[in-house]
Design a protein around this ligand. Structure first.
Ligand SMILES: C[S@@+](CC[C@H](N)C(=O)[O-])C[C@H]1O[C@@H](n2cnc3c(N)ncnc32)[C@H](O)[C@@H]1O
Length: 254
């Protein structure tokens, strides 16, 4: 059904995302071969860009899932908010915030599970962030503005991506930054085709790319500072992985 987030409320999704966000390299990819540069995507969404952006006062991670990027943002801002629609993801993120510990059920094959316990790096200031259940396309009006807004792998998971992009004008402080990252995996299960930002033909032989749809939407209020290809790897089980390449675009509010 269009717009449901059930997929992100399942045990499978919680287990998969806890491993994706908090597993070590060996936990995620226990082979001597494979795309190691695709590991630690939720960390890289922050560490690849914040050194160029610099310290901030307030940061927002929209579609934060189980929270790794939110925690990483506390290295750069003393007030960080992570918002996600999934109750299960936010409950998991809050458990990490409270304990600094992550209990991961890693699927091996069939119904075989390995239980892993991992720790959040001790230099992360857990107390500087909080997590809330919420809709990124309808944030509370009193949420205020932020110096950094991150939306990773979110724009192709909402019903109205253009409205989401337009809302960033009111969410990012003048001079502040918006980090968008997405593999542009458009699916009608999440986004009606008429709302896709790209990945369609404007007319016969004239393809519209998502990056151009983003540029057209953000153009008046933001300058594009840089783009970067960000590979990521999500382990499904010991012998099956999703390897994707997100495109990150970093925008500065005029
Ligand atoms: C593909 S996951 C990406 C999660 C995380 N940013 C990452 O890169 O690992 C998409 C996330 O967006 C969340 N989500 C989907 N629609 C949302 C909405 N309207 N508001 C807030 N979160 C949403 C899902 O619950 C899920 O956690």
């Amino acid at each position: 059904m269009l717009g449901t987030t059930n997929v992100y409320e399942s045990d499978l999704a919680v287990d998969q995302y806890l491993l994706f966000h908090y597993g070590t390299a060996e936990d995620q990819l226990p082979y001597s071969f494979g795309p190691r540069e695709a590991l630690f995507y939720p960390i890289r969404c922050v560490s690849d860009f914040l050194p160029a952006i610099g310290m901030a006062e307030r940061a927002l991670d929209l579609g934060c899932a189980v929270g790794r990027s939110t925690f990483e943002l506390t290295r750069w801002a003393p007030d960080v908010l992570g918002i996600d629609l999934s109750h299960r993801f936010i409950a998991a993120a809050n458990r990490v915030r409270e304990t600094g510990r992550i209990e991961i059920r890693r699927l091996e094959e069939g119904e075989l599970i390995t239980q892993l316990t991992r720790e959040l790096p001790p230099d992360i200031r857990r107390e500087d962030c909080r997590f809330e259940i919420g809709d990124a396309t309808n944030v509370p009006t009193d949420i205020g503005r932020f110096d950094v807004v991150l939306a990773s792998n979110l724009i192709d998971r909402v019903k109205a991506p253009r409205a989401l992009l337009e809302s960033f004008t009111g969410l990012v402080n003048p001079g502040g930054h918006l980090i968008l990252s997405s593999p542009y995996t458009w699916m009608e299960e999440f986004t009606p085709k008429s709302a896709w930002l790209g990945g369609r033909y404007r007319s016969a032989g004239h393809p519209a790319l998502t990056v151009d749809g983003i540029r057209e939407t953000l153009f008046g209020a933001f300058d594009l500072r840089f783009t970067k290809e960000l590979p990521f790897l999500i382990r499904e089980h010991a012998r099956k992985f999703q390897w994707s390449v997100a495109q990150a675009t970093v925008w500065q509010r005029k």
